[in-house]
Write a protein that binds this ligand. Structure first.
Ligand code: FES
Length: 103
């Protein structure tokens, strides 16, 4: 199983999310209260960055055309996206976010 990789401090995640890299992949970190979610950083609609959007209920809203993705599952939750995006396991320890590749 892949190791956990330190990617950011929790405090660095603002309301518009924070894009980090996991290997070659851009990953969007989203903070809601004490929970941190990690989604693939690129929207499935037109391959644009999801960072800069905002959380709305259980979903992240793409800043470009308003597609929504479930924060926990990555499933498409609003048009114009019809395909979901990968999500990543998250561990938070001492105010630091760790990610690893999905199993
Ligand atoms: S690129 Fe995300 S909704 Fe179009």
């Amino acid at each position: 199983m892949a190791d956990w990789i330190e990617v950011a401090k929790v405090d660095a995640i603002g309301p518009r999310g924070l894009e980090v890299q996991l290997g070659e992949e851009p990953v969007l970190l989203v903070r809601k209260g004490s929970e941190v979610f990690a989604l693939h950083g690129i929207c499935s609609h037109q391959d644009m960055e999801l960072a800069g959007g905002y959380a709305e209920g259980p979903a992240w809203v793409c800043p470009h055309h308003g597609a929504k993705f479930d924060l926990k599952s990555g499933e498409a939750a609003g048009m114009p996206a019809v395909e979901g995006i990968p999500v990543y396991p998250v561990r938070v320890e001492g105010g630091v976010v760790f990610l690893r590749e999905p199993a």
